[in-house]
Each structure stands twice: as structure tokens, then as C-alpha cells.
Design a protein around this ligand. Sequence first.
Ligand SMILES: Nc1ncnc2c1ncn2[C@@H]1O[C@H](COP(=O)(O)OP(=O)(O)OP(=O)(O)O)[C@@H](O)[C@H]1O
Length: 236
Amino acid sequence: MISVNIEKAGYVQNQEIISNVYFKIQKGQLVGLIGSNGAGKSTTIKSIIGTMPFLKGKINKTENEIQTYVPEHPSFYHYLTLREHIRLKASLHHIPKEVYEKRAQDLLSLFNLDTKLDHFPIHFSKGMKQKAMLLFSFITEADFFIIDEPFIGLDPKATKDLLHLIEKERKRGACILMCTHVLDTAERYCDSFVLLHEGKILSQGNLEEIRQKAGLPSKPLLECFYKLQESEEALS
Ligand SMILES: Nc1ncnc2c1ncn2[C@@H]1O[C@H](COP(=O)(O)OP(=O)(O)OP(=O)(O)O)[C@@H](O)[C@H]1O
């Protein structure tokens, strides 16, 4: 289980960009981190992966847990091919050759990248870059996945394949935190949600609990989110 306890975090000492962000991700759970632009989703993710310059709080994880992060913006080494990136990622995670080659082969054919092994990802299309980043992450069979805006640039088939992969990892017992603006998909696939607004948690829970808090039974997540956001703004 992952337990996120952020009292405050910022980009300079004592700055409070986000505060009182407390939530848990149980084994096999997919949690959606939702919020408007600037709400603090990336800041929360950076706090979890340990790259925030200022963090007061603690992220509790099981010892020796493998964590993998898929950033919103793909980034690659200019002079490494797809094959070399895969090899590098596998060596960083100490995955034996026969294991990572098998995992990579399955993912390469799923994402139609099997003919691109000797190409440079830096020259891939947007969607292919996103698929390559997902591949690097999924070959690790991590315990904890942090995935930032995974659907951007993916075609409908790749989106479906990604959701299937996420489902597989959940069944294996991985904890997954997914940050997305695609609320209709999040609504269908996430077990629970953490809704952020202006650096604070607006609401959290499963869809039923969010609907109850918004006073909108059977309404979509998007409507509940807007309603909760409006109520919060009216109070402040
Ligand atoms: N590197 C940075 N230095 C200083 N302030 C930053 C930095 N990155 C983000 N911020 C500020 O932190 C706040 C939260 O931004 P954050 O990137 O966490 O939002 P977000 O919810 O991920 O938004 P988006 O949906 O647009 O990606 C914003 O006010 C933003 O201006």
C-alpha cells in the first residue's frame, strides 16, 4: 500500500503550492488524480517521486518496492535507439535479459513498435513517443505506477490497449496513480479519485462517494467535479 502524506510542498523553501494532500492507494487499486490546470497534480506527483525542492510530509511505501513513472512529456536520449532505451531501462531495474526481452516483445507488438527497435525515439510521432514511454514503464512490472496524462496522443486502439495493460497490472497487485483530464475514461476505470483544487483536496473517494458529496446522484464525474469546485469557490 502507498500512503501519501503531504503537509505542504513547493518549488522553493517553505512555499505552499499544495497542502494537506493525504490519500492512500491499496494494492491492486487504480486511483485517479483529477484537477483543473494548475490545481497541483504535477506538484503532487513530483512530491511522490521525490523531485520537489521543498516537501514537508512523508510518502510511505513498502521497502524495496519498484516504482515507475510515466511523465506527461516523453523524453529520450538523442543518440539511443528504442532497443538501447529498453536495454538501459531494464538494466536500471536489474531485469535479466531473457525476462525483459520477452516482456518488451509483447509490448512492442501490442503497440506496433516491433519494426522500430533500431530507430531513434526522438524521431517518433507524438503517439509513438507516448507508447515508447509506456513500454519502458510496463517492462518493469513495478509495484507502483505513477502515470501522468497517459491518453494524450494515443489513438483509440492504443487507448484501449493501455487500459487493458493497466487492468492486467492491477490484477497482479500493482498500485496505480493516474493523473488525467479525460474524466469519462477515469470514471469508468478508476476505483477511487482524489480531486484537487488550488493545491488542496476538494474531495476524495469512489464515484458514489463523490456523487454524494456533490449532491448529484447518478451524475457523471465531470459534473460532480464542477459542482464541488463551484461550491468551494463560492465559500472562498
Ligand atoms: N517549476 C515550477 N516553479 C514554480 N511554480 C510552479 C512550477 N511548476 C508549477 N508551478 C506552480 O504550481 C501550481 C500547480 O501547478 P501544477 O503543475 O502542479 O498543476 P497541474 O494540476 O499539474 O496543472 P496542469 O493540468 O496544467 O498540468 C501552479 O500555480 C504553477 O504555476
